[in-house]
Design a protein around this ligand. Structure first.
Ligand SMILES: [Ca+2]
Ligand SMILES: [Ca+2]
Length: 259
């Protein structure tokens, strides 16, 4: 079931990505044509000069970072072998991921920060609403660039695959997914910067750890709902479930590769 959901989501994204790639391809061809002009056989001085100027423009355009597309592949590492304590076999899964590209200063989650209503619900129910509305509001306010999401990951032999587009104003990305079943535990990454020294990075790979959003008091995977008020700050999830020999054991890994 999850595979169908994921495939459907991926297809929609793939179609959008193809459309963007087509536009980018046209832009790249134009830039290449401009860049080639100075090397052309045209001997007219003024034309050569014009070509050189256009070539320079092309080179300058190449220097600026502009936007870039990345493919995110999220692989589950939350397994009975790695996380033996009360592992919820038969129902263990991740909700679909939901996240955004954004500027410095935007925080989808942070240790020590109380969860928004959207993050709380995502961490407890796996629901993308109202977090999606919060992210869209951040886009409208210029703090975030684009929202992305996927279907759930119910079979860890599969991966979640999504395509995202970052731009100079929003070179960071964050996303979250519920660890389910659980009281309010989730995984994700915060503010992964895809730009380095003004250039888009080719790829990044990060381990994803388990967090407790602070929206529920339950302490075991299948604990009944125990809402709290006020909310607690987000912390790492209990090491009894997500640690071994004093070290945290990641629950997933994301590979972010430029297309
Ligand atoms: Ca909690
Ligand atoms: Ca709650």
């Amino acid at each position: 079931m999850s595979r169908t959901t994921n495939r459907r989501g991926t297809m929609a994204l793939a179609i959008r990505a193809a459309a963007t790639a087509l536009l980018m391809g046209i832009a790249a061809d134009t830039a290449a044509a401009q860049a080639k002009m100075p090397e052309g056989k045209d001997k007219a001085a003024d034309k050569g000069k014009m070509g050189a100027e256009m070539g320079m423009m092309g080179a300058e355009h190449g220097k600026t970072a502009g936007s870039a597309e990345y493919t995110l592949v999220v692989k589950g590492l939350w397994t009975p072998e790695r996380h033996p304590k009360d592992y919820p076999s038969g129902s263990a899964h991740f909700s679909g991921i939901i996240g955004a590209t954004h500027a410095n200063g935007f925080m989808l989650f942070k240790e020590g920060m109380k969860p928004t209503p959207g993050l709380e619900r995502l961490s407890e129910m796996g629901a993308h609403s109202p977090l999606d509305a919060e992210l869209k509001a951040a886009v409208a306010a210029g703090k975030a660039g684009a929202v992305f999401e996927s279907g759930a990951l119910k079979d860890f032999r599969d991966s979640i695959v999504v395509t995202v587009k970052v731009d100079e104003k929003h070179p960071l990305l964050s996303f979250v997914a519920m660890i389910a079943p659980s009281p309010d535990w989730f995984t994700g990454v915060m503010a992964v910067d895809l730009m380095k020294d003004g250039h888009w990075m080719a790829s990044r790979t990060l381990d994803l750890y388990a967090y407790d959003s602070g929206g529920d008091e339950g302490t075991t995977y299948r604990a009944a709902d125990v809402d709290n008020d006020p909310k607690k700050p987000t912390t790492r999830a209990p090491s009894t479930f997500f640690g071994a020999m004093g070290a945290e054991v990641p629950v997933a890994r994301v590979t972010i590769t430029r297309r």
